[in-house]
Design a protein around this ligand. Structure first.
Ligand code: T3D
Length: 262
């Protein structure tokens, strides 16, 4: 790890903290940061002893979306469909597919794809001073990195359209009240609260968490009937896990469970 790394990775027990690290650019994405983030997420996904992930930003911002310095039209017109396919979409798909909790600590402004990467995570905590900005309309673009999907599902069409068409900043407390994020916390408490959450997840029943994520993801596209079948199948799998046996044993023995993640 060096100060010039665009993404910093820190492992503490089963908790992996991934920090976007271009603070001078408000952690805007260049190609290098895209690839480094994807590699860090993929490694955390694969490592059996990595059991929970925290994504956050260095400095005063979480992420200002695409680095617009790399999009100067005087140097040629970019194919943005290609950049979404190559850089943004694989990372959103990866975050959703990780069968471990992914927490996002939005430590400051989250704009454009930066806001929408946060929404792709499982649990979003934000500093009260943070703002979520669907900045795309200011550039003549459409919300990407899953934004049109997450905003609409989490907020409904009226609020999704208003945020996307006006580009108005949404403060963290309103985002919490509207159900866009889990919690807005005092700025000085954000890092500790996020770390505590991820450390708790890192000691939790990882297999059950993974299946829970999958079931909730499936819910928006399935009928109740199909969802009930899925719950039956997932519960069967969860019931065979070592963590289920440990959870029940700990309850019966009136002690705190020690989950292995298996
Ligand atoms: O292109 C594709 O591949 C398609 C995909 C697109 C995905 C997207 O994310 S499109 C949306 C891109 N992002 C934006 O439009 C946001 C642009 N930034 C802002 O609107 C503002 O910076 C913020 C609202 C985020 C924060 O405002 P403020 O006043 O707190 O900070 P600032 O002074 O504007 O920025 C501080 C520095 O960061 C400044 O650099 P300087 O002047 O100190 O050298 C600024 O230029 C730089 N910066 C901020 N955002 C970006 C950026 N540099 C490059 N790209 C940025 N996105």
């Amino acid at each position: 790890m060096s100060d010039t790394d665009t993404v910093l990775v820190n492992r503490s027990g089963g908790a992996v903290t991934i920090t976007l690290n271009r603070p001078d650019k408000l952690n805007a994405f260049n190609d290098d940061m895209h690839l480094a983030l994807r590699q860090a997420l993929a490694e955390a996904r694969e490592a059996e002893d990595a059991r929970a992930i925290l994504l956050t930003g260095a400095g005063r911002a979480f992420c200002a979306g695409q680095d617009l310095g790399d999009r100067d039209p005087r140097r040629g017109v970019p194919d943005l469909g290609h950049t979404l396919e190559t850089f943004y979409n694989p990372t959103v798909r990866l975050i959703r597919a990780i069968e471990k909790p992914v927490v996002c600590a939005v430590n400051g402004v989250a704009a454009g794809a930066g806001a929408n990467f946060a929404l792709a995570c499982d649990i979003v905590l934000a500093a009260k001073s943070a703002r979520f900005i669907q900045a795309f309309c200011r550039l003549g673009l459409v919300p990407d990195a899953g934004g049109s999907w997450h905003l609409t599902r989490l907020l409904g069409e009226a609020r999704a359209k208003a945020l996307a068409l006006t580009g108005e900043p949404l403060d963290a407390e309103t985002a919490e009240r509207w159900g866009l994020i889990w919690k807005a916390v005092d700025d000085e408490a954000l890092a500790d609260e996020a770390r505590a959450l991820v450390e708790a997840f890192a000691k939790g029943p990882t297999k059950g968490y993974g299946l829970t994520k999958q079931a909730i993801h499936a819910a928006s596209t399935q009928t109740l009937d199909s969802q009930l079948d899925m719950e039956r199948d997932f519960q069967r799998k969860a019931g065979y896990s070592a963590d289920y046996a440990e959870g029940v044993a700990a309850f019966l023995e009136k002690r705190v469970p020690e989950f292995s993640g298996k």
